[in-house]
Design a protein around this ligand. Structure first.
Ligand code: NAG
Ligand code: NAG
Ligand code: NAG
Ligand code: NAG
Length: 189
């Protein structure tokens, strides 16, 4: 063997040894995530994509970590929705009725944001998942109030409806994680 070949084989050896020491943990986390998301029924694809796109590998080995990922993703969506409401209201191109609902929704989304920030902290220090389940239920109520403001009043803009559907799915996934922790299945026990 000439020198370049030796260097090549040596590099190959180092990489395969590294791969072997890293693999089991990553593979276990990967399987854990797949198994857990598989339990989340119709939200399975969203579950996988949210976890896969999150860089915090350290949170992917147990349910408490996955809960923190979903709560954080819900929080980020609520923050974006809150800015969206703010900019829509500021632009002044909304009809009066939609404007009125959006202004009232701002309060609900602000309260959701404040609560989610607390829940995320609690989720990370592993507060009892039963309590977190109730706190997340309260967020569900806040977001619902905004949806209910449209009913019988003015048609809900479809762009807003898709934002709501997305954040609501993330909230459901967060709730399912707390149920998995407490009840070992996705429904409330
Ligand atoms: C996913 O869950 C279904 C039941 O909901 C089960 O039949 C299937 O084997 C599971 N797949 C994996 C990869 O765990
Ligand atoms: C879950 O994972 C986190 C982060 O790796 C760790 O700090 C925590 O102790 C784990 N919790 C359990 C119950 O294993
Ligand atoms: C939550 O998500 C944001 C934005 O992706 C990130 O900067 C932050 O570190 C995350 N927090 C936790 C506790 O994972
Ligand atoms: C909308 O509100 C503005 C100011 O509050 C008012 O001048 C305008 O007449 C209202 N438009 C309709 C269609 O009610």
């Amino acid at each position: 063997m000439n020198l370049p070949h030796i260097v090549f084989f040596f590099t190959l050896l180092v990489f395969s040894v590294r791969a072997n020491t890293v693999d089991p943990k990553i593979e276990a986390a990967y399987n854990f995530v797949r198994d857990t998301c598989n339990k989340s029924e119709e939200l399975k694809d969203l579950c996988n994509s949210v976890i896969d796109s999150n860089p915090r590998q350290d949170l992917k080995s147990n349910l408490t970590g996955l809960l923190a990922i979903f709560v954080n993703q819900t929080l980020q969506a609520v923050i974006h929705d809150h800015s969206y409401l703010q900019s829509q209201i500021a632009h002044g191109h909304l009809d009066n009725l939609t404007q009125k609902v959006f202004i009232s929704c701002m309060d609900q989304y602000q309260m959701s944001k404040d609560s989610l920030e607390l829940i995320l902290k609690e989720a990370l220090v592993k507060q009892k998942s039963g309590d977190l389940n109730m706190d997340l239920g309260q967020i569900d109520n806040y977001l619902d109030l905004c949806e209910m403001d449209f009913e019988g009043f003015t048609p809900e803009p479809s762009a807003w409806k898709s934002r709501y559907d997305y954040v609501n799915s993330l909230l459901i996934l967060s709730l399912r994680m707390t149920n998995l922790i407490t009840c070992n299945h996705i429904h409330v026990c």
